[in-house]
Each structure stands twice: as structure tokens, then as C-alpha cells.
Design a binder for this molecule. Structure first.
Ligand code: ADP
Ligand code: MG
Length: 333
């Protein structure tokens, strides 16, 4: 069996030879994170100091939201045995958003898929296709309506045993990081948390919006299939090439269909969402990837201010209704 593990670098910033005010890369949130500041008006701190503080903020959120870090809100919930747990305001906000996107997607997006993700173990040393009966048993534990929120008290009611914010937390953290940088005088910057991108302002060096690339799902070297030009927007991609393993010549990727218990298999290779808030983009990219082209596109076109690029397994590109009106898609040269 061949194990392939690729980091979710699905979005790429395209820039000519812009000199950077500061740029740093860290491995956190289970992925490669980069923050680049092009322009800031902070009188007390350097761009490098601002980036360091922004990474500290991300790391604090990881300690709060990770499923595997002991003492995190999610760790406490997953080990609560169904008893109420006090969590932070941030956790409540994310859980409420997660439930909203579960409702909107009719359960295609569901953070209570955690026991199933744990069974598949995509991040493990030697992942295999789990036995059918175990997959079915884990699908019984999926039901977002059993996450009960009362103020800051959260209870996971049976049959739900665990939650995982992998499909939404990076979006929330990207938004908070952008807020933090803006509040500290940053006027032009680019945040990349794996597949979650956020552009603050426009590209001050090149005097135009940021160009954010969408990866060619078939490329192995991260080359792009097209790009959009945006300012103050998020771009998030979910794809079948980000984390996966192969067994008997078939690819098994990390986005699971809560109905079947297996990786989504609907002919899509990736879904990219452009939105004001990265939280929305993160949840919707995963939701639409599971929903498939028809239902996913219907959902996007019903939402204001949110656009999507769907790419199928033949590399056919499908654009939501706002393209050509509020935003353009450009083919890679
Ligand atoms: P990435 O891991 O690249 O950020 P996504 O945002 O699409 O990609 O999130 C995928 C992660 O979300 C998985 O690794 C798993 O932890 C979790 N997950 C898998 N399937 C679902 C689903 N149907 N709904 C919600 N979360 C899911
Ligand atoms: Mg997501």
C-alpha cells in the first residue's frame, strides 16, 4: 500500500517580484501557515513582531480548538461522557456556525463525524480502509442536532461522542488573525493557513487586488488552474488531493460523507469558496464538496456575497452566478 500525504496548499498567492515588508512560515494547525505583511502603519511594532504575535494568537486558538491537545475545549467535550462542559466564547461561536452550516447543507457538513474520521485515521502512520461494520457503527454516532448549547455550556448528547473542528476552525482563526493585524495597523497582508487564504486590503506593492490562485487538482507540484483578484476577502479550498491514502489503486481522501461513512465520491475534485469571512468559506467548501456539484451550486447561489469554483475529476470548471458580475475568474496563463 502506498501512503500519500500532501499538505493542503491548495491556494497560492501569485505575486511578481514584490519586495516584502515581512514574511514568516510556521507549521501549526496541522499545516503550513504563512503570514506576509506588505504594508503596516504601526508605530510601536515591526512587521516581524506583528507576525509573531499573530502566530501566537493562532497557537492559542489551536490550544483551544484542537481535538487532540489535552485541555482544549474540544478535548474536554470529547471526554465528557455526555456531561455539560463550560467552553470559551470563541468555541460557542464556532459550534453555532457549524450547526448552522449542518442545517443549510442538510447534514452534509457535520462536525460530529469525528468518530468516523478517527476510525479512518488519515493522519496516522499507516491508514487502511476500515472494516465495513465499523464504518456503519460510526455513522450511527453522527447527529449535529445532539450538540446542545446553552450560553457557554455545551453538552454532547447520545449518540454523539465526539466532534472535530478540522473543517471550520482554520476559517475562524484566519478571520481572527486578519482582525488582529488590521487592529494593529496592517493595511496590506496575506494570510495562508493551509488551504485557507485571507487577503487584507489590496497588494500595496503591485497597486492592484491580490491574485489568489486555485490549485490544479491534478497537479502534483501545486501549479494553478486559474485565479481570482480580491481585496479583503477569503479564499478556501477543499479538495480530494489534500490528505489521502491509496489502497488497491483507489484514492481515499479525508472528506467523509456522513451518509455512507466513506470518502465523498461524487465526481468533484475540489470546491473553492470566495467570501468575506473565512469561517463561511471553510464550512461551505467542505459542505459543497460533500453535497456535489448540483446541490452545492444551488446552495452557493442562494447565499449573498459568496461565490464558488467547482472543479470536477475531468478538470472541468464550474462558476457560481456572481462570476462575471462581482468577481472574475482568470485561467492560468
Ligand atoms: P482541510 O483539512 O484541508 O482544512 P476541510 O476544511 O474540507 O479540509 O476539512 C476536512 C476535515 O474536516 C477532515 O480532516 C475531518 O477532520 C473533518 N471532516 C471530514 N468530513 C467532514 C464532514 N462531512 N463534515 C464536517 N467535517 C468533516
Ligand atoms: Mg472546510
Amino acid at each position: 500500500m502506498k501512503k500519500l500525504f500532501l499538505l493542503g496548499l491548495s491556494g497560492i498567492l501569485l505575486t511578481a517580484c514584490a519586495p516584502k515588508t515581512a514574511k514568516q512560515t510556521e507549521f501549526m494547525l496541522d499545516t503550513i501557515c504563512t503570514i506576509t505583511i506588505y504594508e503596516e502603519k504601526n508605530k510601536e511594532k515591526t512587521a516581524d513582531e506583528l507576525i509573531e504575535e499573530a502566530f501566537e494568537l493562532c497557537s492559542g486558538y489551536e490550544d483551544m480548538l484542537s481535538r487532540t491537545i489535552e485541555g482544549s475545549d474540544i478535548y474536554k467535550l470529547n471526554n465528557s461522557g455526555g456531561t455539560p462542559v463550560e467552553v470559551s466564547d470563541d468555541t460557542v461561536e464556532i459550534l453555532e456556525a457549524a450547526k448552522r452550516y449542518s442545517e443549510l447543507s442538510d447534514g452534509a457538513f457535520d462536525i460530529t463525524t469525528a468518530p468516523l474520521s478517527i476510525l479512518w485515521d488519515f493522519e496516522g502512520e499507516d491508514p487502511h480502509v476500515p472494516p465495513e461494520d465499523q464504518i456503519q457503527a460510526m455513522t450511527e454516532k453522527i447527529d449535529y442536532t445532539k450538540i446542545k448549547i446553552d450560553g457557554n455550556t455545551v453538552t454532547l448528547e447520545a449518540p454523539v461522542e465526539a466532534i472535530d473542528l478540522g473543517a471550520i476552525a482554520k476559517g475562524y482563526i484566519a478571520d481572527r488573525t486578519a482582525d488582529y493585524l488590521r487592529e494593529n495597523g496592517v493595511t496590506s497582508a496575506y494570510i495562508s493557513l493551509g488551504g485557507n487564504l485571507y487577503a487584507i486590503g489590496s497588494n500595496s506593492q503591485e497597486k492592484r487586488p491580490f491574485r489568489l490562485g486555485i490549485q490544479d487538482p491534478k497537479s502534483t507540484d501545486g501549479s494553478i488552474i486559474g485565479y481570482v483578484e480580491v481585496s479583503d476577502k477569503s479564499l478556501v479550498t477543499s479538495g480530494d488531493y489534500q490528505r489521502f491514502f491509496e489502497e488497491d489503486g483507489k484514492r481515499y481522501h479525508h472528506i467523509l460523507d456522513p451518509e455512507t461513512g466513506y470518502p465523498t465520491d461524487n465526481g468533484l475534485s475540489s470546491v473553492t469558496i470566495v467570501s468575506d469571512k473565512s469561517l463561511d468559506g471553510d464550512a461551505l467548501s467542505t459542505a459543497c464538496f460533500v453535497l456535489g456539484l448540483d446541490d452545492g451550486m444551488k446552495l452557493i447561489n442562494s447565499l449573498d456575497g459568496i461565490e464558488a469554483v467547482f472543479i470536477d475529476s475531468s478538470n472541468e470548471i464550474y462558476l457560481s452566478d456572481g462570476f462575471g458580475k462581482t468577481i472574475e475568474f482568470y485561467d492560468a496563463e
